[in-house]
Design a protein around this ligand. Structure first.
Ligand code: WQD
Length: 345
């Protein structure tokens, strides 16, 4: 598959957001795409699904980004790399509370290896999966990119805060190196084809896959607390369709490559701007699925922030990005995917 197109390395390309972003890259650009994944929370099936949806091919490496020699050997074999989109990381808030060192090792060593290769090989563009969890329990809502970061509420969030700081210093130390930090809010939903979606290898910890698994009798949802200081007592999040997130990555890449960035490091909130409580999210699912969802009420979950939602003005303006999907679209696409998954297995 030799051609002289410029190449983009996507780490975590078999993962949830990575796979949806590769689909957008293959459909909307002519970059060569190379995915690196160690399948710690995904399988090769994601690659098959991407190829089936797009009808296009791409190169893959099955390796752990923390294995410096393996990673550098693989990257050195790839021609004309102009940028990295770095998704690969562990991402469960509660799991990071239980296993902090696993998170610090995996999320930071992988990032350091990629930055080392990029700056030693004059690769100029770097897009980093950051997270709204860097804001902690913010004093002001919605949060803007200038909202001061509070103490991270979990090791996961802390690895994202540290990751942003590392990238800031590396950008400052390398004249030709530019970065975009994308702070995702809560990515949910599935590709509108119904052929790919969130496909966690392990039992999911996040709300929407647990909702859809509960609806098909494969899981049981416990809602973690309804005694928060919010409009209905439930936590508030800014749920955003994974395809809106994926589209923002294509726009962020072109923003860097076409030198539209006003600063060497740019930071954007990727959220819809709508705060939704857990109860409202469940109601949306029940409406689009046409069925009642059984769940039990439990205590608060360690690491949860009370409420967070985005001011997304900057991303919309700078990246020319628009939100395409509503909460109901998110829930319907997640439900469609869950039913297709069950039909497949
Ligand atoms: C959402 C709400 C829970 C499960 C996510 C991603 C993380 C990062 C930040 C991008 C909370 C409640 C959940 C359950 C529940 N995203 N809940 N019962 O913790 O906001 O983190 O956004 O980088 O990677 O995971 O998402 O879906 O776990 O929780 O009541 O069984 O749902 O308490 O209020 P979270 P989540």
């Amino acid at each position: 598959m030799e051609n002289n197109h410029q190449t983009i390395i996507v780490t975590g390309g078999a993962g949830y957001i990575g796979s949806h972003t590769i689909i957008e890259l293959l459909n909307k650009t002519d970059y060569n795409i190379v995915s690196i994944d160690n399948f710690s929370n995904s399988t090769h099936k994601a690659y098959d699904r991407i190829r089936s949806i797009t009808g296009k091919n791409f190169q893959t490496f099955d390796l752990d980004l923390c294995d410096t020699n393996q990673l550098f050997e693989a990257l050195s074999s790839v021609k004309n790399i102009i940028g990295f989109i770095h998704f690969a990381a562990y991402k469960s808030v509660p799991e990071s509370v239980d296993k902090p060192l696993v998170y610090y090792h995996n999320n930071l060593n992988s990032l350091n290896n990629l930055l080392k290769f990029a700056t030693e090989n004059n690769i100029k563009h770097f897009i980093f999966s950051s997270s709204c969890s860097v804001y902690g329990n913010a004093d002001e809502l919605p949060v803007t990119e200038n909202t001061p970061l509070k103490k991270a509420e979990s090791p996961y969030a802390h690895t994202k805060q540290i990751g942003e700081d590392i990238i800031n210093y590396v950008v400052n130390a390398n004249p030709d190196f530019n970065a975009v930090l994308l702070r995702y809010f809560n990515p949910v939903g599935a590709h509108m084809s119904g052929k790919i979606g969130e496909f966690p290898l392990n039992r999911p910890n996040n709300l929407v896959p647990i909702i859809t698994q509960t609806a098909v009798g494969k899981n049981t949802l416990t809602v973690f607390g309804n005694d928060y200081d919010t409009r209905d007592g439930y936590c508030i999040r800014d749920y955003i369709h994974v395809c809106d997130i994926a589209d923002a990555h294509v726009k962020a890449l072109n923003y860097l490559i076409n030198k539209k960035n006003k600063n060497k490091i740019s930071l954007f909130n990727l959220g819809t701007g709508n705060g939704v409580t857990v109860r409202e999210a469940i109601k949306s699912f029940e409406k689009v699925a046409g069925k009642k969802l059984n769940y039990t009420l439990g205590g608060r979950r360690p690491g949860d922030v009370v409420a967070i939602y985005a001011d997304n003005t900057l991303a919309k303006k700078e990246l020319n990005w628009q939100i395409e999907y509503s909460l109901d679209d998110m829930m319907l696409s997640a439900w469609h995917w869950q039913k297709n998954l069950d039909a497949e297995i």
